[in-house]
Structure formats: structure tokens, C-alpha cells
Design a protein around this ligand. Structure first.
Ligand code: OSB
Ligand code: MG
Length: 374
């Protein structure tokens, strides 16, 4: 697979509803889309870096410039036997996993199309249908949150995850549990409890949660291990797991009982598969996290979620929860049982809506072998 050129493109996508976490509220996304041009085949991927360096130090501007100045130059003009091999070529750049993942995943998309294989099979998937949950942000009121949960349960989603932070936690969970004692419920703190007395976190145990996601610092494993010994609720790590070594360390230290795999956070499908495999061998279930993706990133998350150790419902939900109109056709839809079926169409099974993307584009740049950027 020869990489002839790489196109970067920024589109602006307003969210239907704001999405608020312990680190802030988003009203829309500036999305970086990457296209790899390989011998007549185009591969597409989405960079999940946000509008600012809040979930991670990466954001759209660092991703764009790191790709343009370094990562793209290490790929264009090169021939890779398989997409996964490009990770090695980019390894000189430290970190910047979201930028790397966008490039690697675009090449996986190209490889799947070139081989006329569905992406999920190329990744090693076995599940034909994936289980879906939703992540519901912090709202303006408790009533609004309960209303949203009710809507998603009616739609069929199998697991509800709510965002929590000090002051928006125990009262909220108590209200949810008194109305829905039996549902599969989890919470995600996005590192909001680092400064809190760890003893107080055992209060989460009252709510029979499937897990609490990333309660402590974004870069911590050790203190999560201490905390996991003190609380009954399973800890799930998100931000702390940047690669397969982090996953091994977290498992060995007992820092979590579940891992959220986000392909962008870990630098691409190759690393995501490696984490999946390590967790599978250690009997640690994984699930696929989300980053408010458009249909392009969503389609990649769906393909990844077909690997066998994706045993818990992921944050992979329907396009219409986020976007007035998604940039793929068909849009991502979820059945009344809260599932998405995969099919055998080569590639992701979701077509790119080029005209719509063109209309939403605010800037674009193409990097070619031995040529100045255009
Ligand atoms: O921590 O999982 C998270 C969105 C942005 C940043 C971090 C997170 C999230 C979500 C969104 O929870 C899940 C989704 O895409 O539906
Ligand atoms: Mg999370």
C-alpha cells in the first residue's frame, strides 16, 4: 500500500445538545478528517482531538500541525504491507496518539477497501452485532437528566452512563436509582475526584453501579489501585490508559477491573487490538469509548467493537443523538434492542457524504511526497 498523499480537512459540526463533563461544556466540534490516498483507494478517518486541550493535551491544532510537520512526512512516499506497519514509521514522535490514530486508521480503511474486506473482519472481529450504551452529560437540572435517561431507555439502549463531578454525583445517582432500581448504570468522573478524600468515594458503592470511570487523576494508575482496594464498585480506566503497557500495569496493580478502549486515545487500531488482547488474557472486560464522533469515527468504533472481549455495552450510539445530519450514509442507527448489526460490505459499510463534507469544510491541506503542502 503506497501512501501517495494525505489530505487534512477541518469541518465544523454543531451538536444538537450541549455535552458537559467535569472538564467543561461543548456546543459543537471542530473535526479533523484525514484522507489517505493510496494507489487509487482513499482511506478516511476522524481525529478525535477536541477543541481544546482538556480531555487530553492534544487538540485539533496540535493534531493538525503534528501531522503536517512530522507524521505525514514519515508516511508519504512509503509502501506499507499492512496498515498496522505505519505505527512503527511514526514512532519517533512521542505521544500525539490521536493524531497518529487518525493516520493509521485511515490506512486500515484503505486496506479494507483494497482487499474488498469489511473493516471489522480485517481487525479480527467476530461479533456480528454490538451492544450499545449511552453517555449522558451533566445537565442544567436533575429533572432534565432524568428526562434524558428516560428517552434513552425507551430507545432501547442497554446501559446508561452519567457524567459526575463533586456536587453532581450522589444526589443524582440516588434519584436515578430510586426511579430505575434495576438498570445497568455507570458513572464517569473524567478525573474529577483527585482532590477528594478517597474514603468518601466508597459512597458510590450504594448505587450498585456497573463501574465508576476514571475517578482520579488523568495520568494516574497507582492511586487508582489504592482506591480499588477500598471500594466495591469496579473502577474502569479511560484517560490513564495510553498504550498496552499502561493496560498491563493497571491490571497487574489492580487499578481497575474494566478498561475503556478508545482507539484515538491509544494511537490507532494496532494498539487498541493489543490492549484488547491483553485484557482478554487477564479476564478484564473492555468496552469501546466514544469522543462525540461523527459517522466516520463512529463507524470505526463499531468495527472495533466486534472483537470478542468487547463484552460490555460501549458508548457507541446513534448519529441522531448528536448530529442534525451526519456525514455518512446510512447514518449510524441503533435497533430497539440497543444493538448495531455489522454487515459484509467492504470497508466500514458507511459511505462518505462528500458534498455535505465539502459544504462543512473550513480548511484543507494536502501533503504529498517531495512536494510543498498545497
Ligand atoms: O470520557 O468518555 C469520555 C466525550 C468527550 C470526552 C470524553 C468522554 C466523552 C464521552 C462521550 O463520554 C461518549 C460519546 O461519544 O457518546
Ligand atoms: Mg471517560
Amino acid at each position: 500500500m503506497k501512501v501517495e498523499a494525505i489530505t487534512l480537512r477541518e469541518i465544523r459540526m454543531p451538536l444538537k445538545y450541549f455535552f458537559e463533563t467535569s472538564f467543561g461544556r461543548s456546543e459543537g466540534r471542530r473535526v479533523l478528517l484525514v484522507t489517505t490516498h493510496c494507489e487509487g483507494v482513499e482511506g478516511w478517518a476522524e481525529c478525535v482531538a477536541g477543541d481544546g486541550p482538556f480531555f487530553s493535551y492534544e487538540w485539533i491544532e496540535t493534531a493538525w500541525t503534528t501531522i503536517r510537520e512530522f507524521l505525514a512526512l514519515s508516511l508519504v512516499g512509503k509502501n506499507f504491507a499492512i496498515a498496522a506497519d505505519c505505527a512503527e514509521a511514526m514512532s519517533q514522535v512521542r505521544g500525539h496518539n490521536m493524531a497518529k490514530a487518525a493516520l493509521e486508521n485511515a490506512l486500515w480503511d484503505a486496506e479494507a477497501k483494497q482487499k474488498q474486506l469489511p473493516l471489522w473482519r480485517l481487525l479480527g472481529g467476530t461479533l456480528r452485532e454490538i451492544n450499545c450504551g449511552v453517555s449522558i452529560g451533566i445537565q442544567n437540572s436533575h429533572e432534565q437528566l432524568l428526562e434524558k435517561i428516560s428517552t434513552e431507555l425507551t430507545a432501547g439502549y442497554q446501559r446508561i452512563k452519567v457524567k459526575v463531578k463533586p456536587g453532581w454525583d450522589f444526589d443524582v445517582l440516588a434519584k436515578i436509582r430510586s426511579r430505575w432500581p434495576e438498570i445497568l448504570l455507570s458513572c464517569d468522573a473524567n478525573s474529577a475526584y483527585g482532590a477528594v478524600d478517597p474514603q468518601s468515594l466508597s459512597k458510590f458503592d450504594e448505587f450498585n453501579l456497573l463501574m465508576i470511570e476514571q475517578p482520579l487523576w488523568h495520568d494516574d494508575i497507582f492511586e487508582h489501585a489504592n482506591l480499588q482496594r477500598q471500594i466495591k464498585t469496579a473502577i474502569c480506566l479511560d484517560e490513564s490508559i495510553r498504550n498496552v503497557r499502561d493496560a498491563q500495569e493497571a491490571i497487574q496493580l489492580g487499578a481497575c477491573r474494566i478498561i475503556n478502549v478508545k482507539v484515538g486515545r491509544v494511537g490507532g487500531f494496532r494498539e487498541a487490538i493489543a490492549i484488547h488482547n491483553v485484557c482478554q488474557r487477564s479476564n478484564i472486560p473492555v468496552w469501546c469509548g466514544g469522543m462525540l464522533e461523527t459517522g466516520i469515527g463512529r463507524a470505526h468504533n463499531i468495527a472495533l467493537s466486534t472483537l470478542p472481549n468487547f463484552r460490555l455495552p460501549g458508548d457507541v450510539s446513534a448519529s441522531k443523538r448528536y448530529w442534525a445530519e451526519d456525514i455518512v450514509d446510512p447514518e449510524v442507527e441503533v435497533s430497539a434492542r440497543g444493538t448495531i448489526k455489522v454487515n459484509d460490505t467492504p470497508g466500514t459499510g458507511y459511505e462518505i457524504k462528500r458534498d455535505l463534507i465539502e459544504r462543512l469544510t473550513v480548511r484543507t491541506e494536502t501533503i504529498r511526497h517531495n512536494a510543498a503542502s498545497v
